[in-house]
Design a protein around this ligand. Structure first.
Ligand code: FDA
Length: 305
């Protein structure tokens, strides 16, 4: 119930305006967001790199509704790729198609993502297409297929979500292509026609898909903070003789830092998703929805003020 309420609130423009001007919310959001500027995010990544953790940049922003804003977002990503080279940090990039203009014009979105993939290819880097709510799954995968087949990019990968019933088929398709998949549970409010309503089913599907990706996938990203599923992936890989270099664990900035460094110490590849920018509200609300303790912490700070 709480999860659904927070996910619904994540779409509210009015609440967004309130939150952006609330000092406590802003302060707490900075636990999950590496700052409002590219410089701050680059410094946060340099710190992570010192502990052996790789990163993926996310410039916050989604559901953009003008061509100008979509083109500007693509320019920013090209700038990020260049910043990675000039600062020498170890990071790739993650983006949302609705930030690149998917809702405005699919051709413009395609051209924008091609520009980013092209620059990433020149710089020997990689572009991950984040997955948004289920109303975008087909369009995201169609765009991915165009990038892969029509434009011929191989430095691009997708995200698939274990809460969707359809995902096993999508994992198999990506494994057949040799495309890199990030597996996550899924962060949006979904109806039970398309997604498992019970968390135990989402988790069981996550374990099943992890097996498929570790066995047949191309350098999958196991993106979860769930220590049981992480242990499961480690044990499965070790039992099958799948070396730690063949996959990576991924987590979100500011979540389970202890586990991030433990995994590096144990010899696993670890990548952290590092969001930055002024558009932190919907991202932050999804993080609150994932963990009621976060909500209580924010509320107690707001009340204290
Ligand atoms: P689960 O929610 O079961 O949490 C397991 C444990 O992790 C909790 O008990 C708690 O200890 C800790 N934890 C989890 N979330 C926390 C939080 N917010 N604050 C503090 N502790 C927390 N989703 C999506 O739909 N599309 C996408 O493209 C992506 N991309 C993405 C990239 C990366 C690198 C990660 C790690 C995650 C995503 N996600 C995502 C989000 C994902 O779908 C999911 O919502 C969150 O990762 C939370 O699910 P867990 O797998 O961590 O398990």
């Amino acid at each position: 119930m709480l999860r659904q309420a927070f996910l619904s609130m994540s779409n509210s423009r009015e609440l967004q305006n309130v939150a952006l001007h609330n000092r406590a919310a802003r302060k707490f959001a900075l636990r999950f967001v590496a700052g409002e500027t590219l410089g701050q995010a680059s410094r946060a990544i340099a710190e992570l790199n010192k502990s052996g953790i790789k990163a993926t940049f996310d410039q916050l922003g989604e559901n953009i509704n003008t061509v100008e804003a979509a083109n500007a977002a693509a320019d920013s990503y090209i700038h990020i790729l260049e910043k990675i080279v000039s600062t020498g940090i170890d990071s790739n990039v993650s983006l949302k198609l609705t930030q690149m203009g998917l809702d405005v014009d699919e051709e413009i979105c395609f051209r924008n993502v091609c520009r980013i993939c092209e620059r990433a290819k020149e710089l020997n880097n990689f572009v991950r297409l984040d997955m948004e709510s289920s109303s975008y799954t087909d369009r995201t995968l169609d765009m991915f297929r165009r990038l892969w087949h029509e434009a011929g990019y191989r430095n691009v990968g997708v995200v698939l979500q274990s809460y969707l019933y359809r995902t096993e088929g999508d994992v198999r398709e990506m494994n057949d292509l040799g495309a890199r998949v990030r597996l996550c549970k899924g962060a949006y409010n979904e109806p039970e026609e398309v997604a498992y309503p019970k968390k135990s089913d989402v988790d069981a599907n996550y374990a099943r898909l992890t097996r498929l990706l570790l066995t047949d996938g191309n350098y999958p990203g196991i993106a979860t903070h769930d220590s049981r599923l992480i242990e499961y992936a480690k044990k499965f890989a070790s039992a099958r003789g799948i070396a730690p270099e063949k996959f990576e664990f991924q987590m979100l900035y500011g979540v389970r830092r202890d586990l991030q460094t433990d995994l590096v110490r144990q010899g696993y590849n670890m990548r952290v998703y590092v969001p930055y920018g002024k558009e932190w509200y919907p991202y932050f609300m999804r993080r609150l929805a994932e963990r009621p303790a976060n909500v209580m912490f924010v509320l107690s700070n707001v009340v204290k003020r």
